[in-house]
Design a protein around this ligand. Structure first.
Ligand code: HMG
Ligand code: MG
Length: 338
């Protein structure tokens, strides 16, 4: 007798008014997740992670960073990762991972990074700036204004080459050194990045301190400054467990692009107290329950994160991954990355 098919539990669907019909997920796990790992994950494992995420239906997978390798040794193998992904990008990867619209963006801080990315055939790049002075210095070794202006020629050259350009703004909701962040500082950095020619902005809650009312207030300030929700994404880290609540609030304010990290891995090596991003599985579970389309196969995604947890040697922090797969709870016994 054939075994009954094991069915994945799925949430009951109860749509609510005021939410988008579809959310575009910008997966950041391979970059934001792996940049903060104590161990260096081998390039073939990174390439396999990206391929499996594409196979789970994620169409934008931020792959790596072309930053100074002395600053982020975890991602010093960016060229090797892109070369391993060449078959996927050429449409010759596993059949299920082939999307005509698959995008594999990479972080670039300066023209040296852009040149490296271009030599790998990267078509989408992300520059990054800070709303606060201290984090600009910690993360980019420049004042806030200098760090911002380092992005200007990168955006100009990338746009001239027909690339897609996203700009991150870090510390939009609070800074571990400076405390509260003024909305007008976030607005002015966003204005400058759009003036440079960035296609879209991602509002970073780098240390995961935002609360829902604050999200409404900041999005309101940006709207009043003439920056439409359609040009914005939200990027919540989950330090205080508020990332999902903050994301749902942002969706009710008109945001339709959300950053998240498979398995909830992540953090920033240059920001005290930064933890992992909103887990993509937790986001997909909540959106499935609200009847919001993501195009993601939750079972395959959770299996990918459980597999990655075994490579990292510790369980995924995502409650949904734990519920659906046993969580990589077995991961603790299985050694380090590799
Ligand atoms: P610097 O030391 O001031 O750089 O770092 P420099 O311009 O003075 O150059 C120093 C050396 O680095 C030179 O080599 C350069 O060629 C080399 P040398 O002459 O000494 O042999 N160099 C590079 N090599 C390879 N690729 C490059 C590159 N640039 C310079 N791109 C720099 C300035 C911006 C480069 C450095 O501060 C850096 O790499 N910072 C990156 C920090 C980082 O990756 N942080 C994590 C990502 S941001 C984040 O996680 C937040 C986000 O998730 C949103 C949120 O959560 O808020 C996006
Ligand atoms: Mg981040």
């Amino acid at each position: 007798m054939p075994l009954p098919e094991r069915r994945l539990p799925l949430p009951a669907v109860h749509p609510r008014p005021g939410l988008p019909a579809r959310v575009r997920i910008w997966e950041v796990g391979p970059r934001d997740g792996l940049q903060n790992e104590p161990s260096i994950v081998p390039a073939p494992v990174k390439a396999q992670l990206v391929t499996r995420l594409a196979g789970a239906g994620l169409t934008t997978v931020e792959t790596t960073s072309f930053v100074n390798p002395a600053w982020v040794p975890q991602l010093a193998d960016a060229e090797e990762v892109f070369s391993l992904l060449a078959p996927l990008r050429a449409g010759h990867g596993p059949r299920d991972a082939q999307h005509p619209d698959l995008r594999l963006p990479a972080l670039v801080p300066n023209l040296a990074g852009l040149d490296r990315a271009r030599s790998c055939g990267v078509r989408d790049v992300c520059v990054f700036a800070s709303a606060t002075e201290t984090f600009a210095r910690k993360n980019l070794n420049r004042s806030r204004a200098e760090a911002l202006e380092m992005s200007a020629p990168v955006v100009a050259e990338a746009k001239a080459d027909g690339m897609g350009v996203r700009a991150y703004v870090s510390m939009c909701f609070g800074d571990p050194w400076e405390g509260a962040v003024r909305e007008e500082d976030v607005v002015s950095v966003c204005d400058r990045l759009l003036e440079m020619g960035a296609d879209e902005l991602s509002l970073g809650d780098t240390i995961g301190v935002a609360t829902s009312g604050q999200v409404v207030d900041l999005l309101g300030a940006l709207a009043r400054a003439g920056i439409p929700a359609a040009r914005l994404a939200v990027h919540f880290h989950d330090t205080y467990g508020q990332a999902l609540a903050n994301t749902l609030t942002a969706l009710s304010c008109g945001i339709t692009t959300v950053d998240s990290s498979a398995g909830g891995i992540g953090g920033c090596p240059f920001a005290e107290s930064a933890t992992g991003n909103l887990a993509t599985e937790d986001l997909c579970w909540a959106l499935a329950g609200l009847g919001v389309e993501t195009g993601v196969d939750l079972g395959r995604l959770a299996a990918t994160s459980a597999w990655m947890a075994t490579r990292l040697g510790r369980p995924s922090p995502s409650r949904v991954v734990q519920a659906l797969t046993g969580g990589g709870r077995t991961a603790q016994a299985s050694g380090g990355a590799g």
